[in-house]
Design a protein around this ligand. Structure first.
Ligand SMILES: *Cc1c(COP(=O)(O)O)cnc(C)c1O
Length: 382
C-alpha cells in the first residue's frame, strides 16, 4: 500500500514501539504508587516530558500530558474563557480544526462571545479580521500553527502579539506544526500550545499541552493530583513514553527530513499539475508545510478519485477527513472562497518521513490516467 494521509494519522516509528513495549508488559506499575514497583516508573514519565520539552525548547515544568490534541484544545479554550470574569470572550479563525471550532461554538452557546476571523484566498489568516474581534473582554485568542487540510502556515507570532496587546491569552493548535517545521515557541509568544502524538509517529490517544509558566489555567479534567493538578487521571505510561520517543526522533531528525519530504512533494505537485491541466493547489501562494498539498482537480469529483485510488491501495483523503460521510464541501476551502463545485474535487496528499520516491512515482503513473478517464464521464466538464 501507499499511505499518503499522514495528516490524519501516521505510522508509529519502530523505535517508538520498542520503547513502549516494557510498559505494556512487565512494567505495569502505577507511577503514583508509593511502592518502588510503581514509583520508579515516574522516572520514565519524566523522561518523556523532558524529551518533549527539548523538542519544544521549553521547560519540562511547562509540559502536561493529555489524551491528545482534541483534549488539549478543549482544555485551552475552556480555561481561556474562565480565568477572568471580565474576559469571557474568545477569538479564533474560520479554518481551525473541529476540536477548536466546535468547542468555540459550544462556548458561544454557553454565553461566551465568539469572534471568528477570516482567512484570505490563500488560506492565510487576515490579521486585521483577527484584531477587529479582540477587545478588553477577550479571554483567549486561538490560531493554529498550520492548517491540517491545506498545510497553510499561519502568522502565529503576529496573532499572539495582537492578543497580548489587549491583555488576552494566546493559544495555538500546533498539532500539524510540531515535528514538521522548526518552531520557536518563545519567539512566537505563545501562552498555551496543543500537540498530538499520533501525528508525529507516536501512539494514538496521547498528547500534551504546553502552558507557559505563570499562565492562569483551570483544569478540564479533575480528580487526582497527577500533572500537578493540571490534568487528573492515571498516567498513560506507554503512551507518554512513546510520545517522548517520537519527540526525540523529531528533534534529532527534523532538519534532515524537511529536505527530502519537500523534494518528494515538489515532484508530486509538478507531476500532477503537468498531467492534469485544470488542477490547482489550494493555498499555493502561501507558505505551507513541506508535507501537505491539497489539489483541486476542478473537473473530477474527489469521491471518484478516492475510490479508484483506494482500489490500488493508495490512501489519500478528500478535503476533510473529519467530514467523511458528509457531502458538505470542506469548510476550510469554503472559507478560502473556493466554490462548492471545485471544493468537491479536492484531494489531500500528506507525506511523512517514510514516504519514498518510488511511491510518489507510482502515484504519478496511476493518477493522471484515472483523472483523464473520469473527466470524460464527468458532469463537471463540458
Ligand atoms: C489531528 C488534529 C487534532 C486532534 O488531535 P487528536 O490527538 O487526534 O485528538 C487537532 N488539531 C489538528 C490541527 C489536527 O490535525
Amino acid at each position: 500500500m501507499i499511505y499518503l494521509d499522514s495528516n490524519a494519522t501516521t505510522k508509529m516509528a519502530p523505535e517508538v514501539l520498542e520503547e513502549m513495549l516494557p510498559f505494556l508488559t512487565e512494567e505495569f506499575g502505577n507511577p503514583s504508587s508509593f511502592h518502588t514497583f510503581g514509583s520508579r516508573i515516574l522516572e520514565e514519565v519524566e523522561k518523556g516530558r523532558e524529551r518533549l520539552a527539548a523538542l519544544l525548547c521549553v521547560s519540562p515544568e511547562e509540559v502536561f500530558f493529555t489524551s491528545g490534541g482534541t483534549e488539549s484544545d478543549n482544555a485551552a479554550l475552556e480555561s481561556g474563557v474562565s480565568w477572568d470574569p471580565d474576559r469571557p470572550g474568545l477569538v479564533t479563525t474560520s479554518v481551525e480544526h473541529p476540536a477548536i471550532l466546535e468547542t468555540a461554538q459550544y462556548l458561544e452557546s454557553q454565553g461566551n462571545p465568539l469572534h471568528v476571523a477570516k482567512v484570505d484566498r490563500e488560506g492565510v489568516l487576515e490579521i486585521h479580521s483577527l484584531r477587529e474581534g479582540i477587545t478588553e473582554h477577550t479571554g483567549i485568542v486561538s490560531v493554529m500553527v498550520a492548517n491540517n487540510e491545506t498545510g497553510v502556515i499561519m502568522p502565529v507570532a503576529e496573532a499572539a502579539e495582537a492578543a497580548h496587546e489587549k491583555g488576552a491569552l494566546f493559544h495555538t493548535d500546533a498539532v500539524q506544526g510540531v515535528g514538521k517545521i522548526p518552531l520557536d515557541i518563545d519567539a512566537m509568544g505563545v501562552d498555551m500550545l496543543s500537540l498530538s502524538s499520533h501525528k508525529i509517529h507516536g501512539p494514538k490517544g496521547v498528547g500534551a499541552i504546553y502552558i507557559r509558566k505563570g499562565t492562569p489555567f483551570s483544569p478540564l479534567i479533575r480528580g487526582g493530583h497527577q500533572e500537578r493538578g493540571i490534568r487528573a487521571g492515571t498516567y498513560n505510561v506507554a503512551g507518554i513514553v512513546g510520545l517522548g520517543m517520537a519527540a526525540e526522533l523529531a528533534r534529532l531528525h527534523l532538519e534532515e527530513e524537511i529536505g527530502p519530504v519537500s523534494e518528494l512533494m515538489r515532484i508530486l505537485e509538478d507531476g500532477v499539475l503537468a498531467s492534469c491541466p485544470e488542477a490547482v493547489i489550494a493555498g499555493s501562494g502561501a507558505l505551507r508545510l513541506p508535507n501537505t498539498a491539497t489539489v483541486l482537480f476542478t473537473s473530477v469529483e474527489s469521491e471518484a478519485i478516492l475510490t479508484l485510488l483506494d482500489l490500488e491501495e493508495i490512501y489519500v483523503s478528500s478535503g476533510s477527513a473529519c467530514s467523511t460521510g458528509s457531502k458538505d464541501p470542506s469548510y476550510v476551502l469554503s472559507a478560502m472562497g473556493v466554490p462548492q463545485m471545485q471544493a468537491n474535487t479536492a484531494i489531500r496528499f500528506s507525506l511523512s518521513r517514510y514516504t519514498t520516491r518510488a511511491e510518489i512515482e507510482r502515484v504519478l503513473e496511476i493518477l493522471p490516467p484515472f483523472v483523464r478517464k473520469l473527466r470524460e464521464i464527468s458532469p463537471y466538464s463540458k
